[in-house]
Design a protein around this ligand. Structure first.
Ligand SMILES: [Zn+2]
Length: 213
């Protein structure tokens, strides 16, 4: 990681986390998360506390098989990937672009639903932390050139104090059997359930490239 601002260096983050009383184990996770994300975005820092609290509520750690839903594609997916090993690649992470800073996590379930915990950034509680409040609201009052250290300090001081939680039930999609079929258009194979009518997504609605030679 090559921080472009001094408050983003690991040393500065550790000092800020110590001031805020962040436990050592979580500090290590936050440093790894910042590296994975390529910089300590305020959103991933808050996300770390969200995932950590979900794990606590579920009585689980990252060695357990868990599933997660993120209500925004920004920042939060990386917190789930690093702190809980709920990843896009292992197909246990779903991103729903609702635009809320919230996540839901649950253990595996055999049935059609699973009991889950949802954690979100609570706007009422943000009032106690004015810098986070104006940053979160994307207010012009937040000056990222001069206020980033203050923002980090508040995030680490707040921890989960800006979050709320509830128990929820989520739908579970069980794995289905599938077979490989050949697209008559490009000749490449795709799983049968992804064929769009008579062709694959790349020849259909998901076309995203043109051949250039
Ligand atoms: Zn095709």
């Amino acid at each position: 990681m090559q921080p472009s601002h001094k408050e983003e260096s690991p040393e500065a983050l550790i000092a800020s986390m110590n001031r805020g009383g962040v436990p050592q184990k979580l500090q290590k996770e936050i440093l790894a998360l910042s590296e994975f994300h390529t910089y300590p975005a305020p959103g991933v820092l808050i996300g770390a506390f969200m995932v950590d609290w979900c794990l606590e509520l579920l009585g689980a750690d990252k060695t357990r098989k868990l599933y997660g839903v993120c209500e925004t594609p920004k920042c939060l997916p990386d917190a789930l990937q690093v702190l809980a090993h709920v990843t896009i690649g292992n197909n246990r992470l779903k991103i729903v672009p609702i635009g809320k800073f919230a996540i839901t996590m649950n253990p595996p379930s055999e049935g059609p639903t699973a009991d889950a915990v949802r954690v979100w950034v609570d706007l009422e509680k943000l009032k106690m932390f004015p810098t986070i409040d104006i940053w979160y609201a994307n207010s012009p009052a937040f000056d990222k050139k001069t206020m980033k250290q203050q923002l980090f300090d508040e995030i680490f001081l707040a921890g989960k104090k800006i979050l709320s939680t509830e128990k929820v039930r989520v739908k579970v999609t069980q794995k289905k059997k599938w077979k490989s079929v050949t697209c008559p258009c490009c000749g490449e194979k795709v799983p049968d359930y992804l064929i769009e009518g008579d062709k694959c997504g790349a020849c259909g609605s998901m076309k995203y490239y043109e051949q250039i030679g």
